[in-house]
Ligand binder design. Structure first.
Ligand SMILES: C[S@@+](CC[C@H](N)C(=O)[O-])C[C@H]1O[C@@H](n2cnc3c(N)ncnc32)[C@H](O)[C@@H]1O
Length: 207
């Protein structure tokens, strides 16, 4: 155990120039491996855990966007800002479909669309939307979604794709439509409005 701990400390030195959260991961990983091995678990549990994580986090190593969910306060804030009727809303990277499904239930005069790249969250979102005629879910990447039909586009992703996504929104969205990012700014482009809600920050750009 001591050797495993020392190995972790040594490994953490290689990560000094990376984000800080790598350091405790490096230090704790070898001792944790020893502890889990000592439990003598059936290897199928590890396979099952790997498969479950794969269908949830799917492309996260490529997109650099993990799954976390929009809270109720933000849902209410978005709901208040939606146009009266006859609009289309998109959640790019819709996760478990909670936001799209929740809004579609409360605002039946609009059309709601979610697109999600990871298979299991997509299926959960599709099941949530099943009984809502104004709610559609698609499986795939928003890179290939034409944004020109949407009046309101919401994204809760990570810092990594924001510049490319903003450029896409600017190219494709119609004048007067709204692009909103939960938590993540676009480097060098000031938002038209910034609102703090439910411990998060929403950035609004009018196209
Ligand atoms: C932070 S979660 C947000 C989930 C949901 N929008 C919500 O607010 O509750 C981001 C989601 O985006 C998905 N995602 C990442 N890149 C994507 C892409 N290029 N196309 C579609 N979905 C993507 C991830 O799989 C993840 O489920």
């Amino acid at each position: 155990m001591l050797l495993a701990f020392l190995q972790g400390c040594l490994a953490s030195l290689l990560f000094l120039r990376q984000d800080r959260w790598w350091i405790p991961i490096q230090i704790l990983f070898p001792p944790l491996v020893l502890i889990v091995l000592s439990l003598n678990l059936n290897a199928n549990w590890f396979l099952a855990a790997f498969l479950l994580l794969s269908v949830v986090y799917w492309n996260a190593f490529r997109t650099r966007v993990p799954l976390y969910l929009t809270g109720r306060e933000i849902e209410s804030e978005i709901l208040e800002r939606l146009p009266e009727s006859g609009f289309e809303f998109a959640d790019l990277g819709s996760g478990l479909g909670g936001l799209v499904g929740g809004l579609a239930k409360q605002k039946q005069d609009g059309k709601f669309f979610g697109i999600e790249i990871a298979p299991l969250p997509y299926l959960v979102g599709k099941a949530r939307c099943r009984k809502l005629p104004n709610c559609k879910m698609a499986w795939g990447s928003y890179d290939k979604t034409d944004l020109s039909r949407f009046d309101f586009v919401y994204a809760f992703l990570s810092p990594v794709p924001m510049q490319a996504l903003y450029d896409k929104a600017k190219r494709e969205m119609k004048p007067g439509s709204l692009f909103v990012s939960n938590s993540f700014e676009v480097p060098g482009i000031d938002a038209d409005e910034v609102v703090d809600v439910g411990g998060k920050r929403l950035y609004f750009w009018r196209m």
